[in-house]
Design a protein around this ligand. Sequence first.
Ligand code: GLN
Length: 487
Amino acid sequence: MADELHYQTIANLSVRLAKRELSAVELMQAVIDRTNQVEPKVRAFNSRNEVDALSQATAADARRSAGESLGPLDGIPIGLKDVIAVENQPLTASSKMLANFVSPYDGTVAQKLKRAGAVLWGRLNMDEFAMGSSTENSATHQTANPWDTSCVPGGSSGGSAAAVAAGQAIATLGSDTGGSIRQPAALCGVVGLKPTYGLISRYGLIAFASSLDQIGPFTHTVEDAAIMLQSIAGHDECDSTSYRTALPDYRDELKQRQGPWKLGIPKEYFGEGLDPEVGAAVERAIAHYRAQGCEIKEVSLPHTRYCLDAYYVIATAEASSNLARYDGVRYGHRSKAAKDITDLYFQSRAEGFGEEVKRRIILGTYVLSSGYYDAYYLRAQKVRTLIRQDFLNAYQEVDALITPTTPTPAFKLGAKADPLALYLCDIYTIGVNLAGLPAVSVPCGFSSSGLPLGLQLIGRPFEEASLLAIARDYEQAHDWHQRHPQF
Ligand code: GLN
């Protein structure tokens, strides 16, 4: 049993820790051993500190011995995408620009996880500044998909997804701007939740596109996602876009909220480009809900075909502004070759940013420039409103939407050299960010070559409780979440 601790759920482990059948140190050691065994193949981490993790685990055991009443995350090893600030831990965004940066403070989610007693273990690889869909844009190294190490784990939170799939953390956090939690979750066969915009504070999250970015968990089960969500959600004075709303007990609501539900199938999500095996798996999931007595309705989101275009205008515009702070002066990479102050800016940014990041800064600067602003940026914002309206119209008739998470299973490392081919990976996830909605990806089977497939469920704003209940209904009737990659 001990050698399988790394694949237990938070729900199970918290019971075993509470009964003192297991100590937090034993659990952390099991996760460290597992990581050392598989990390040479997976390469999910940018950095990790075993001594620090074990001392956090020792503190968790001491709290338990002192009889403190502890929450379900106390003593649980949680990994963070290398874009979320933790005091005194490296924070690189997988960029040369921040290669030697150590965060001087805790982001809000880190602070909340610490308060819940979680052991913050490791910094996870990602696409540089979260721009990408395969983690190949990382400036540090490539992370592999644990199910087939010649394939990508997805991105941009590829390390966060791979670490859970490979048993290198019990749960992790990622960020999702256009699909970066759901897409790698689907490709690595784990649960990935992108919460409603505003439910989780972004304070201490390195910004990519501030009106789209949202932090969320990777877990083995929907119940674990509910536990993670509970601990990180809620209004925060430090993030004015975080929403003041009463939080339900997400875990309890999983049992309270029962179907049958009304579910919508957006016809635009089942067209050209959808891999037949992915389509068939989603059809089987739809059949499951129908058999449960759910009313299944075809709906239309007519502006779907503009999602990618609107996203790559808005996200790049915001990125060009957010990334202006990396100037080689205040912090981050500083060129040694510069001749004068102007040259310092040029050289530092030229040396510090990778190709994709530069491409986006250039594009974003262009769409915001005078003379083009109305034609691109303003128009994209108007389209964004129409896209959101499509979803809200659909929610007049249904409780949630069912779609594939990705058009295809994981592809080979290096297979998509053309940036546009990579942008298309997010065709089913990007609309959700533009509309600010919650969505979850849950495993829904395997391709004929043994790669995981993902089902996306999209909910009403701030209706994570129902969304997770709907997802759990499917999960519990299948055993996909109990299967793990072999090494
Ligand atoms: N793949 C998308 C992009 O490159 C989404 C990334 C994300 O969600 N952070 O922008």
